[in-house]
Design a protein around this ligand. Structure first.
Ligand SMILES: CC(C)(COP(=O)(O)OP(=O)(O)OC[C@H]1O[C@@H](n2cnc3c(N)ncnc32)[C@H](O)[C@@H]1OP(=O)(O)O)[C@@H](O)C(=O)NCCC(=O)NCCS
Length: 159
């Protein structure tokens, strides 16, 4: 279910850079869902963000989610996404991913790929809902700052 206020998906713009980097830094601070861990250099991340490969979810003027499809040059795109914590579980991730799949098809990509931590139930549920299948498991792939070694699942969707 979407939030009460209307949520729009649109291509990212230059003035989204700081909000995008800020949201990314907040996700990193949660320590459990994305590979990057703090500290995030928000200004550097904002400056290097690939805006033309990003869609944002906005309500009013606020960016509440984003999805990035990195074009590989080999026909597949690598997906990364974040929904602001207070907006999760309300369908924002679903509308973002649906829009990204459509965008990827329009770009002529033949496949979307991603890696997700094996414990990331919300992420895995979202990707499965859109037909992504598990293609493998990278065992103890990520060494975290706390010393733990985390598995990641590779998932893919043929377009
Ligand atoms: C993963 C993430 C993008 C999902 O976005 P979202 O807006 O919460 O997703 P939605 O509300 O559209 O939910 C999608 C599906 O996942 C399911 N889901 C959501 N949260 C869940 C949870 N914690 N456990 C199990 N399933 C869950 C929902 O039931 C929904 O399925 P349904 O429509 O059939 O009910 C969001 O949780 C997030 O930003 N997490 C932190 C960053 C992250 O993990 N990024 C992905 C890294 S690979």
């Amino acid at each position: 279910m979407l939030p009460d206020s209307p949520v729009r998906i649109r291509p990212a713009r230059d003035d989204d850079r700081l909000p995008l980097a800020g949201m990314f830094a907040e996700a990193a601070e949660e320590l459990d869902s994305i590979a990057t861990e703090p500290p995030v250099d928000v200004r550097a991340r904002a400056a290097s963000w690939t805006i033309d490969e990003t869609l944002v979810a906005v309500t009013g003027d606020e960016v509440i989610g984003s999805i990035h499809v990195g074009r590989s040059g080999h026909g597949f795109g690598e997906v990364g996404m974040t929904v602001a914590r207070e907006w999760r579980g309300r369908g924002v991730g679903s509308v973002l991913l649906a829009a990204a799949i459509e965008w990827a098809r329009e770009q002529g990509l033949h496949k979307l790929s991603l890696g997700v931590f094996a414990h990331n139930a919300a992420g895995i549920a979202l990707y499965r809902k859109f037909g992504f299948v598990e293609e493998g498991r990278r065992v103890k792939q990520y060494r975290r700052q706390n010393g733990e070694l985390w598995d990641a699942i590779d998932m893919g969707l043929l377009l």
